[in-house]
Write a protein that binds this ligand. Structure first.
Ligand SMILES: NC(=O)c1ccc[n+]([C@@H]2O[C@H](COP(=O)([O-])OP(=O)(O)OC[C@H]3O[C@@H](n4cnc5c(N)ncnc54)[C@H](O)[C@@H]3O)[C@@H](O)[C@H]2O)c1
Ligand SMILES: [Zn+2]
Ligand SMILES: [Zn+2]
Length: 393
């Protein structure tokens, strides 16, 4: 089959690789019909290469049609239409029982001290082949799927794999009071969708980014926006001016470890990226640092007693945190990989023909899988209006 493989920093390829097959009685194999590129894939493309091996299949936002199921998968059959969550969960352990599917105790990657295994996401998360491919093997398929109805185009449902539950959890964890305010830092797919969900729930939303068409997309849906480029380093003051001098009740950080505006950490990340994996991997695990500009903005912008919800991915082991401010402002901080299946029942009722969250038109590009190298390039450089890209195998 054809699959998108990681080859090195900023280098992906479309290769021919062996078809996946059922290896365990708990597996299923699906034929992929749509598979997205995610901001999380950009971290592998740029700064997390130490944990990848050339030839690893990327991707964790697929949907398609079940081809074959193992003997222990009783709730799926060939021909079913499914979306595959980005994490593998067993559905039966203590964590799954608490709705913490991204912490599944059956699939946790203990060798690296990581949570649940993720598709196509480096050895830190189990080295599982990803979903940017014609076919995907789905372990623990009994729990690791979302069945969706036939009819609407893939766009209606494909974001259940990641964008929708991640944005939903970001809003839940932000704990915005009734009629309250939230700043959303970063208007990539995750921040854009989180802004839409918070707005749909009735919050006043202020979205921040520095890419003109991303700001425009949010504005078009009634979100107030601030262009970071025009703030002269005074984003906190701008937002306090808009909120009776206090800052917003909540802040969602949908930027993560590669934030714009952190030159020292950018240098450290780049330097680690130039080292051979054998040296870079232990270094990143013990002494890695993130680019913390967005997180520091969040701490500044949130009002006293407010809540910060991090959905942007961080991976530094020694990040300096302003404990004085966090403690003094009495800030609540929540974060983590989204627990996909936890939120699906709440989201599904919004995926209707009137499309309140705008999923049908959310993708800016739909390209053949063979154009993945171009797609990664324009998504990373934020050119050609690329905000969310679907690949079609
Ligand atoms: N928690 C989860 O389960 C989960 C799931 C999916 C994605 N993510 C993470 O969410 C983050 C966003 O993903 P995405 O797909 O939207 O990616 P993206 O890279 O397209 O979006 C990031 C956006 O942040 C903007 N930005 C950069 N620096 C900024 C700053 N200092 N202030 C404000 N905005 C800034 C960029 O211009 C960009 O639009 C990534 O870190 C990704 O890994 C987390
Ligand atoms: Zn994703
Ligand atoms: Zn589990």
């Amino acid at each position: 089959m054809k699959a998108v493989t990681w080859q090195g920093k900023r280098k992906v390829e479309v290769d021919t690789v062996p078809d996946p097959r059922i290896e365990e009685p708990t597996d299923a194999v699906i034929r992929v019909t749509t598979t997205n590129i995610c901001g999380s894939d950009l971290h592998l493309y740029e700064v997390l290469g130490a944990f990848m091996s050339p030839g690893d299949i990327l991707g964790h936002e697929p949907m398609g049609i079940v081809e074959e199921v193992g003997s222990e998968v009783t709730n799926l059959k060939a021909g079913d239409r499914v979306v595959i969550p980005f994490q593998v969960s067993c559905g039966g352990c203590f964590m799954c029982g608490h709705g913490l599917f991204s912490q599944c105790e059956t699939t946790q990657v203990r060798e690296y001290g990581s949570g649940a295994a993720l598709f196509g996401y480096s050895k830190l998360y189990g080295s599982l082949p990803g979903g940017q491919a014609e076919y995907l093997r789905v372990p623990h398929a009994q729990s690791t799927h979302i069945k969706v109805p036939d009819g609407p185009d893939d766009s209606r449902f494909v974001y259940l794999s990641d964008v929708l539950p991640t944005a939903w959890q970001a809003v839940e964890y932000a704990d915005i009071p009734e009629g309250g305010t939230v700043t959303v830092l970063g208007l990539g797919p995750i921040g854009d969708m989180a802004a839409r969900i918070a707005h749909h729930h009735g919050a006043r939303v202020i979205g921040v980014d520095l890419v003109p068409e991303r700001l425009a997309r949010a504005q078009a849906r009634g979100i107030e926006t601030i262009d970071l480029n025009g703030t002269d380093g005074e984003l906190g003051d701008r937002i306090r001016d808009l909120t009776d001098g206090r800052g917003t009740d909540s802040v969602i950080d949908a930027v993560g470890m590669e934030a714009h505006g952190s030159p020292v950490a950018k240098f450290a990340q780049t330097a680690a990226g130039l080292l051979p994996s054998a040296v870079a991997e232990p270094l990143m695990q013990k002494a890695g640092v993130d680019r913390l500009a967005a997180l520091y903005s969040a701490i500044d912008v949130v009002r006293r007693g407010g809540t910060i919800s991090l959905s942007g991915v961080y991976g530094g082991a020694t990040d300096p945190m302003p404990m004085l401010t966090l403690f003094d402002k009495q800030i609540t901080l929540r974060m983590g990989q989204a627990n996909v299946n936890r939120w699906v029942p709440e989201i599904l009722p919004l995926l209707t023909d009137d499309d309140p969250l705008g999923v049908d038109t959310f993708a800016t590009h739909r390209l053949p899988l063979s154009e993945a190298p171009h797609a990664y390039d324009i998504f990373q450089r934020k050119v050609d209006g690329a905000v969310k890209i679907q690949l079609e195998p």
